[in-house]
Unconditional design. Structure first.
Lengths: 187, 138
């Protein structure tokens, strides 16, 4: 069973990565912070009694589910707004925004990165390109290679097959490599 | 460079980015963490709801002994299902008892009819009922 100190230590270590993941997904600082706060509260309220070694996987799943919930709520909200404003959406009702969500060109961050040191520039560019990945590819890539989950754990967290995880990771890697080359960055 | 190596480089960059968060974001994360820990403490201190039908032995399981939560959940479900089961069995029993009573009454009538001196064909005659009613009415 995790003590308060252990839980605090775990959250302190995981919160930054969770925030970045949420930020890559929702592209809004406040919403990303809300998602992380919700996830932390859910973990501590519902799983605070679990052993420490179970917390990383649980927290990862909670963060992913909270991000999905955010998009669901956003979809419902936009459906109502569309309904009331009598505007038709070109997307079909059944389409999953996570499957096809592309980033809008991030201009502010890129422009402000012009004056920072080269390494910071590279980090920012990588973050932008990760953020531009389709949602499922980004999710698989980050869980697999940033959160260090194995294929089975990633598949469980994403509620998809292991084959899909491998495909998403492979495509994400190819897309990132292509984007890096296009921007003249050698890793 | 293979996929794992490339991913490792990306991971390093992402780690760097995560370590270099704005002060306001770090502060907000710190507050969020404090809130989560507060809720964890509040949750632990909150009284545990124990159903009235739960057996005494489940208290020990619910107190946090390893593997107890699944057993207590099963007993809780059983505690809710048992009264329902008793109710259903009671209804079926009452229905059965009523049917037995009805059969017994019909059997009594049959006995009375068979033991009576009046021939049995008389009961099937339409005028016999009228005759009995008139006789009782007189």
């Amino acid at each position: 069973m995790a003590t308060r100190a252990e839980l605090s230590e775990f959250l302190a270590g995981a919160e930054r990565r969770a925030y970045k993941q949420a930020l890559f997904a929702v592209r809004d600082q406040d919403n990303a912070l809300d998602i992380v706060q919700d996830s932390m509260c859910k973990l501590s309220e519902n799983y605070g009694q679990r052993p420490v070694h179970e917390l990383p996987l649980l927290f990862t799943r909670i963060v992913q589910n909270t991000i999905h919930d955010f998009f669901r709520r956003q979809k419902v909200r936009s459906t109502w707004i569309t309904l009331f404003s009598a505007l038709s959406s070109p997307d079909s009702e059944d389409s999953d925004p996570l499957e096809s969500l592309e980033a809008r060109p991030g201009s502010a961050a890129a422009e402000s990165a012009a004056d920072v040191v080269e390494r910071e520039q590279v980090v920012k560019i990588i973050e932008q390109e990760v953020s531009r990945l389709p949602a499922r590819q980004r999710e698989a890539f980050l869980l697999r290679y940033w959160e260090d989950l194995d294929v089975a754990e990633t598949a469980a967290a994403m509620k998809c097959s292991e084959g899909s995880v491998k495909t998403h990771c492979s495509r994400a890697t190819q897309a990132l490599a292509k984007a890096m080359r296009a921007r003249g960055i050698e890793l | 460079m293979n996929e794992a190596e490339f991913a490792y480089r990306i991971r390093q960059a992402l780690d760097e980015g995560a370590d270099r968060l704005d002060y306001t974001v770090s502060l907000r994360l710190q507050k969020a963490r404090a809130l989560a820990l507060e809720r964890s403490v509040a949750r632990q201190a909150a009284p545990v709801w124990v159903p009235a039908l739960q057996l005494a032995s489940t208290d020990a399981a619910a107190a946090g002994l390893g593997g107890g939560s699944r057993g207590s959940a099963w007993l809780l479900r059983f505690g809710l299902a048992a009264p329902l089961l008793v109710l259903v069995l009671g209804i079926v029993g009452i229905k059965q008892w009523q049917r037995d009573q009805m059969v017994a009454e019909v059997a009594d009538i049959d006995f009375a009819v068979l033991l009576d001196d009046t021939p049995i064909d008389t009961y099937a005659h339409q005028g016999f009922g009228v005759y009995l009613r008139d006789e009782n009415g007189m």
